[in-house]
Design a binder for this molecule. Structure first.
Ligand SMILES: [Zn+2]
Ligand SMILES: [Zn+2]
Length: 385
């Protein structure tokens, strides 16, 4: 378990990271800070540069047994922090507004605990992944050749989720977070003088038709297996002017479903209807995909292990608020491992994630750590007992 000194030092480290937020793909200093802190412990080895700036500490007992991965995220958000806390972000326009600075402390704390009292069998992987917020990090990490050497049997993550009582965990077997991606649709025609629009090829009417058709395609509604939601997020037609009939347009939309395969099908439908409308108006059309998130689906066995651990240490839990429409890229770690995501409450009236006044509640550090510690002992034991 954690000592008072651990909690004081981990709180200080969390606040140090909070002061120096880095965006997805840019987590150089955060990764250095984490690597330095890990190297004061006794991992078998520390891997760096995973999927960009990802860092993983491997604690290998040298005895046969399962490999258990715990995941935290390195990245912050392009949000200006509005706060008077002494450890507020010192970087203009960037802030740790998703609690990732706190999630990292669950792993650092577990590293301290298993350094003092090593595991009896198997391996623990403390995975600090990069680029969670844009959905690229977990995919890039598992695509690394070296990931095969640390392929986990089990993977666990805790994300703070507002709207729940303090230290109350929501989890369930099955869907936790939806699959989603951003589809950028670019239409190209030809500009003309606004007095003679017939000389050009304007995308304006095609844009109007496409956004209505996209809205019809994904109506949302109840979050079951058939859930499909298309949200038009941005439109640009030509430039801001009164003398030019536009020649180009961009529509961005976020596609969201309960399953990875239905997301692929929804994407195909969105492209087909957009293409048909583009052809009707004599426009060329191209597509790009951004922020692609796999669905996060909890494995039943891994979920039961987490629930047993919470029952053993008296952490209250339920499936309140699940599944969620929002996406999270932890699901990727569940492709080849039994994975479970836990959502921990900061208190019912706490600021929501991605808000400019969000700050991870340090009082959750011992709670999240205790859950991970118990999972570790249940699966991998202790050399002291
Ligand atoms: Zn976030
Ligand atoms: Zn997050």
């Amino acid at each position: 378990m954690l000592s008072n000194t651990d909690i004081i030092e981990l709180t200080a480290l969390r606040r140090e990271l909070h002061r120096q937020p880095e965006l997805s793909g840019e987590e150089i200093e955060t990764a250095k800070t984490i690597s330095a802190a890990l190297n004061t412990l006794s991992p078998t080895h520390v891997l760096t540069g995973l999927g960009g700036h990802g860092v993983a500490a491997v604690f290998d007992s040298g005895i046969d047994g399962p490999t258990v991965l715990f995941r935290a995220e390195l990245d912050a958000l392009p949000i200006q922090e509005i706060s008077s806390i002494p450890w507020a972000s010192t970087v203009a326009g960037k802030g740790h507004m998703c609690g990732h600075d706190g999630h990292m402390m669950f792993l650092m704390a577990l590293g301290r605990i298993i350094t003092r009292d090593p595991i009896a069998r198997g391996r623990v992987i403390l995975m600090f992944q990069p680029s969670e917020e844009d959905g690229t990090g977990a995919r890039a990490v598992v695509a690394e050749p070296v990931y095969k050497d640390i392929q986990p049997d089990y993977a666990f993550a805790i994300h703070v989720e507002p709207g729940r009582p303090f230290a109350h965990v929501s989890t369930r077997a099955g869907l936790i977070n939806c699959a989603s991606h951003g589809l950028e649709i670019k239409l190209t025609g030809k500009t003309a003088h606004a007095a003679d629009p017939e000389d050009g090829v304007s995308p304006a009417l095609a844009v109007a038709k496409i956004i209505v058709a996209l809205d019809e395609l994904g109506k949302g509604g109840e979050l079951n297996n058939d859930f499909e939601l298309v949200t038009v997020t941005h439109i640009q037609v030509g430039e801001y002017s009164f003398g030019i009939a536009p020649g180009e347009a961009i529509i961005t939309a976020t596609l969201r479903t309960a399953q990875d395969n239905t997301l692929r099908a929804l994407d195909a439908q969105a492209r087909a209807l957009s293409e048909a409308i583009a052809v009707e108006y004599g426009l060329t059309i191209t597509f790009n995909v951004h922020d692609a998130f796999a669905a996060t689906v909890n494995n039943t066995q891994a979920t039961n292990i987490a629930i047993a651990a919470m029952n053993a240490i008296g952490v209250e839990h339920s499936d309140t608020g699940l599944p969620m429409r929002a996406s999270e890229d932890f699901g990727v770690f569940g492709w080849d491992a039994k994975a479970a995501m836990l959502c921990i409450g900061p208190g019912e009236h706490y600021a929501a994630l991605h808000n400019p006044d969000y700050d991870f509640p340090d009082d959750l550090i011992p709670v999240g750590t205790a859950i991970f510690e118990r999972i570790t002992r249940d699966l991998l034991g202790s050399t002291s007992t």
